[in-house]
Design a protein around this ligand. Structure first.
Ligand code: ADQ
Length: 465
């Protein structure tokens, strides 16, 4: 029997209904819960259209519904490319040197949230639990409330929450923070993000914090840390069954006894690729005995290529790669392999399994699921080593990884050396503890804890202090 309360998930991108396993992480976690409650997933259709031609699309499968809305081209560019990705994303990752703020973009952001709300409100039932995802949709609850929605609405921020000094550089940041108080529950990836939010509320909004309740602007909201996990069993299975296992075997054969270091990231400046390349270069300088015996494979699908900051970053990464290869390659050895493509998740799992080391060194990251997937794809008898940035949310939980400061190239180079030398017993010990953590706090627990906290949050909208 289905639970009485229907779950409604809202995110800018809506995952595929079929082939969810291929989409991975978040989609897997959410779709299970949607299926169980006969739920609804709402978001952008992925289509941009001429003004006045936006349509709502609906699809039903496996007892759940997906409803998506088209967006006019110009709105989409301003809301998504310019404001969400060109302004909020760098701000949330502490990169105020890259934020591009324009009034018109900020207006479009609000406007698109209003459009989404106007469509969604008509699809809601009184007892629905509404779960909104990520920074594209911060004002959604305010817009829904304005239209009379009384349902419990929760928000989960997948990125870091920045320090108040950084947040306050955003012109008109106050309405954005105020909009968070139209939710009933706010979820952050880590305690540190939660603390920075609370600190901002205390210092900039003259609000108060009492346990899990945060008050400001005459309202109260529940706020907590809900670190996102992965489907551990699925990733492991992908690495150990066909076709992932075949990719593993092919990779192993191609490596011919060399150690592979793997990096897998969207091509995004927050992921620390330039510093990572520099650290690898340092390692090669310091360890000539490794030449010919180690390969660094960086898989980095192009992301947000419409933005100049991303195009420039891509050129810098490619130049760094070319420099290392030009400097160290031999006719029979290329130290850096670089792929600009998304790969099937099963292949990725096979490549993780075949890699002796994963180098996950973002300069700032909400969680970082790659770190978790790498560990889940290992062979417990002969596991690889995770080198992880202390600035990934994942580092708060994965303390048995080799934790590095990505701004210290020497330290990262030393960690690579340590990882390559690490005895089997230590690798097993670290891997076992890491796996225990992954299994304990997997994607289902993340989802269930958030949904339970949302259902238990004090009722409805307009709670006044
Ligand atoms: P992302 O910034 O996208 O996510 P991450 O957490 O690493 O970062 O998730 C990326 C996902 O995409 C992983 O599942 C990974 O396997 C997959 N992926 C990456 N490169 C790929 C490739 N070449 N081919 C196929 N798949 C690839 C945001 C936040 C993170 C937060 C997540 C989840 O920025 O901090 O961890 O959301 O909340």
């Amino acid at each position: 029997m289905k639970p009485a309360r229907r779950l409604v998930a809202v995110s800018n991108r809506v995952g595929p209904l079929r082939g969810v396993a291929a989409a991975g992480g978040l989609a897997v976690g959410i779709v299970d819960a949607l299926r169980e409650s006969g739920g609804l997933w709402f978001g952008w259709s992925g289509r941009t259209v001429a003004a006045g031609r936006a349509r709502l699309h609906r699809e039903h499968a496996d007892g759940m519904t997906v409803a998506t809305l088209d967006l006019p081209q110009q709105d989409f560019e301003r809301y998504y490319n310019n404001f969400s990705n060109g302004c909020l994303w760098p701000l949330l990752h502490f990169r105020i040197d890259l934020t591009q703020y324009h009034h018109a973009d900020s207006d479009a952001y609000r406007h698109v949230n209003r459009r989404f709300a106007a469509t969604l409100v008509r699809l809601l039932r009184p007892t629905d639990l509404v779960w909104v995802h990520d920074f594209h949709l911060i004002p959604l609850a305010s817009e829904l409330r304005r239209l009379g929605a009384r349902q419990r609405i929760g928000f989960f921020l997948h990125t870091p929450f920045p320090p108040t000094e950084i947040l306050s550089t955003l012109p008109h940041h106050e309405p954005l923070v105020r909009a968070l108080f139209d939710y009933d529950l706010l979820g952050f990836q880590t305690d540190e993000d939660l603390n920075r939010f609370q600190d901002h509320v205390r210092r900039a909004a003259r609000g108060s914090v009492r346990g899990a309740t945060v008050g400001a602007f005459g309202r109260e909201v529940r706020a907590g840390a809900f670190p996102i996990g992965i489907d551990v069993e699925q990733v492991h299975r992908f690495a150990f069954t066909r076709p992932g296992e075949q990719d593993f075997a092919r990779m192993r054969a191609a490596l011919a006894g060399r150690d592979q270091i793997i990096g897998v990231d969207r091509l995004d400046y927050s992921k620390g690729l330039l510093r990572r390349m520099a650290a690898y270069e340092r390692y090669l300088e310091q360890h000539p005995e490794s030449h010919g015996h180690v390969i660094y494979l960086q898989v980095a699908p192009v992301s947000r290529g419409q933005l100049k900051s991303y195009r420039e970053f891509r050129h810098e990464v490619e130049a760094a790669k070319a420099q290392i290869n030009g400097r160290f390659s031999r006719f029979d050895w290329t130290p850096v392999h670089y792929l600009n493509r998304a790969l099937p998740r099963r292949t990725l799992a096979g490549l993780f399994r075949a890699s002796r080391i994963a180098l996950v060194t973002p300069v700032r990251d909400g969680m970082n699921l790659v770190a978790k997937e790498y560990v889940a794809a290992q062979d417990a008898e002969d596991p690889g080593v995770l080198v992880l940035s202390r600035f990934a949310g994942a580092a708060r939980q994965m303390t048995d990884a080799l934790i590095v400061n990505p701004f210290d190239g020497e330290e990262t180079a030393r960690a690579l050396h340590h990882a390559r030398q690490m005895p089997l017993a230590e690798r097993r010990r670290r891997h076992e503890r890491l796996m225990r953590g992954l299994v304990e706090y997997d994607v289902r627990r993340w989802r269930n804890e958030f949904i339970t906290a949302l259902a238990d949050a004090p009722t409805g909208s307009g709670r006044r202090r």
